[in-house]
Ligand binder design. Structure first.
Ligand SMILES: CC(C)(COP(=O)(O)OP(=O)(O)OC[C@H]1O[C@@H](n2cnc3c(N)ncnc32)[C@H](O)[C@@H]1O)[C@@H](O)C(=O)NCCC(=O)NCCS
Ligand SMILES: Nc1ncnc2c1ncn2[C@@H]1O[C@H](COP(=O)(O)OP(=O)(O)OP(=O)(O)O)[C@@H](O)[C@H]1O
Length: 197
């Protein structure tokens, strides 16, 4: 069973996913992390990225994230092109992962699940919700970045209302101490659903 976990930047997806990880029959697929690995190790992606964005895209052989962020998050057309290079490869990679974990609850964390059509892989979708102002505050603190940089990413993501309308479960992440019970409750339901698959 594929359970998509999505939500805007800084909403708490990784925190929620971390709680699921401790629960029975759960495996994780973190799309962001796998995308980065592929961008560093797939020669097909590397060549396409360099062709599109130049040699500066890699520094000492490693993906130059700061440079690429600068290129894409203020230019929708360029972001579209980067997405078109990276996402088909991530989707293929995820397809292989699925085959290996057919009997598990697969927690599939993806910040832009709906935006790139990855919701089509999911049996169930959870949106993690936190007010935008609080998300900005948390990310600025976590990444030692600026409000503008966070807003540049938010501009390229769907509004929460739209994601919520298309989700099966909403986790509200105002308080850390209220997260575990919400995650546990959903895990119990998913475990029951698994018995019917
Ligand atoms: C441009 C890159 C190199 C910047 O790396 P950086 O470490 O600064 O950011 P990171 O990847 O950790 O993303 C931080 C947050 O930005 C947002 N974000 C990332 N990629 C995108 C995107 N394509 N569209 C909208 N928001 C995005 C997400 O909320 C994410 O959690 C990187 O974001 C990237 O390669 N993106 C393309 C791959 C991708 O879409 N990954 C996300 C899901 S698979
Ligand atoms: N309820 C909470 N109260 C306070 N801080 C929180 C709460 N939940 C998460 N955080 C913190 O907020 C930051 C963002 O959380 P997290 O990394 O889980 O979000 P994310 O949605 O995975 O972010 P991104 O989209 O950037 O990958 C982290 O530093 C995390 O420790």
């Amino acid at each position: 069973m594929v359970v998509g976990v999505t939500g805007g930047i800084g909403s708490g997806k990784s925190t929620v996913t971390g709680l699921f990880k401790e629960m029975d029959n759960v495996v994780l697929y973190i799309a962001d992390k796998e995308a980065k690995k592929l961008m560093n190790h797939s020669s097909k992606i590397r060549q396409a990225v360099i062709l599109e964005f130049g040699k500066e895209s890699y520094k000492d052989g490693i993906l130059n994230r700061a440079y690429l962020s600068e290129c894409v998050f203020n230019n929708k057309e360029k972001l579209k092109r980067l997405n078109a290079i990276v996402h088909p490869e991530v989707h293929d990679h995820f397809g292989e992962f699925l085959k290996e974990h057919e009997k598990a609850i697969i927690i599939y964390e993806n910040a832009i699940l709906f935006e790139i059509g990855s919701d089509r892989f999911c049996d169930v979708i959870i949106t993690v919700f936190t007010e935008e102002k609080e998300r900005i505050r948390r990310v600025v603190e976590r990444d030692n970045t600026t409000e503008k940089e966070v807003l540049d990413r938010i501009k390229n993501q769907w509004k929460d209302e739209k994601k919520i309308m298309l989700s099966n479960y909403i986790i509200t992440n105002n308080f850390m101490n209220r997260l575990h019970s919400q995650v546990k409750q959903i895990h119990n339901i998913l475990t029951k659903k698994m018995n019917y698959i």
